[in-house]
Design a protein around this ligand. Structure first.
Ligand SMILES: Nc1nc2c(ncn2[C@@H]2O[C@H](COP(=O)(O)OP(=O)(O)OP(=O)(O)O)[C@@H](O)[C@H]2O)c(=O)[nH]1
Ligand SMILES: [Mg+2]
Length: 300
């Protein structure tokens, strides 16, 4: 006879990963899942929409929701949509995991604290502990943060090194409701391949292009078809200004080629199959404030 979750104590639930921009939320999600699902970069506001990552343990299934870094600057329709992704994730989940950076606590972190729901477990991950010269610095930092809120758990981790990340998952699991798993062992995300493909192209824009351009760009998948085992993908990089087009394309198309090669390699790894990727650059002035284009790009 098959045992019910009540008998086995199996736990399943959604966990929102929230925090100010750049604290390492997406790096943490990727480390938890063991796959590069969510794009990361040194620049703040890399993530723009929710991305799920599924972690299946022997005793629990954790459905992580990576969210954009919550921010108060740049009042564009896109920025509002990004913040909405955070508040909606917070409304929907069983557990909240707030991420801060070790020894950095600012007004931007305080703004996130103000969003945290009452009546639900809220755990704190202190990330980037690898950057600390001395781990003893953690104690006063933990004490000062605890004064702001009584977190259910506080765990220092290093997402990029993987320190204490498995332990973090085990601790979070204790706070999830008793419930059967929603996904099979081999499923790692609820996000579509189409969305993930667009994100991987966008990551290269964040990593390869200057300070301004990534924020004025987006990626639209025009075509995504399977041809046997191969994925044939055609995508447009949307830029805000005519002058940006040439920068993305580069001398004799060299930059665009590099973006395409790097994104294709990441896609082949993630989808575990061959990818044919074709990239175009299109100018759409003011797309970040154009509701119709934002909708087309998948922003709610
Ligand atoms: N030293 C160190 N760097 C880290 C760690 N985790 C993340 N980073 C770096 O911090 C930067 C931001 O990481 P992301 O994962 O993109 O941060 P995020 O919180 O998702 O950022 P947004 O999506 O912009 O809100 C990247 O350069 C990461 O490599 C860590 O544990 N240690
Ligand atoms: Mg992110």
């Amino acid at each position: 006879m098959v045992e019910t979750p009540e008998e086995t104590g199996y736990r399943t639930g959604y966990v929102a990963i929230v925090g100010r921009p750049n604290v390492g939320k997406s790096t943490l999600l990727n480390r938890l899942v063991g796959q590069k699902l969510s794009i990361t970069s040194r620049k703040p506001q890399t993530t723009r929409q929710r991305i799920t990552g599924i972690v299946t343990l022997d005793t629990a299934q954790l459905l992580f929701v990576d969210t954009p870094g919550f921010q108060n600057r740049h009042e564009s329709a896109l920025n509002r949509s990004m913040n909405r992704a955070v508040t909606q994730a917070l409304a929907d989940v069983d557990v909240v995991l707030m991420v801060v950076e070790a020894n950095h606590f600012s007004d931007a972190d305080r703004a996130v604290l103000a969003l945290l729901p009452a009546g639900r477990p809220v755990l704190l991950a202190i990330n980037k502990t690898d950057k600390l010269a001395d781990r003893r610095e953690l104690l006063p930092f933990i004490q000062s943060i605890s004064a702001h809120r009584a977190f259910d758990e506080i765990l220092p981790v290093s997402a990029s090194r993987g320190h204490a990340v498995a332990e973090l998952a085990a601790v979070i699991a204790k706070y999830l409701p008793v419930q059967a798993p929603l996904y099979t062992q081999d499923e790692i995300t609820e996000s579509s391949e189409r969305f993930l493909a667009a994100e991987l192209v966008r990551e290269k824009l964040f990593r390869l292009l200057g300070d301004e351009l990534p924020y004025g760009s987006a990626v639209l998948i025009d075509r995504f078809v399977m041809e046997g085992q191969m994925r044939r993908i055609s995508a447009s990089i949307i830029v805000d200004k005519e002058s940006h087009k040439g920068i993305v394309v580069g001398a004799k198309g060299s930059r665009l080629k590099e973006i395409g090669t790097l994104a294709r390699h990441d896609m082949e790894k993630l989808f575990d199959g061959k990818v044919h990727l074709e990239l175009w650059v299109r100018v759409k002035n003011g797309w970040g404030d154009n509701d119709r284009i934002l909708k087309q790009l998948g922003y709610d």
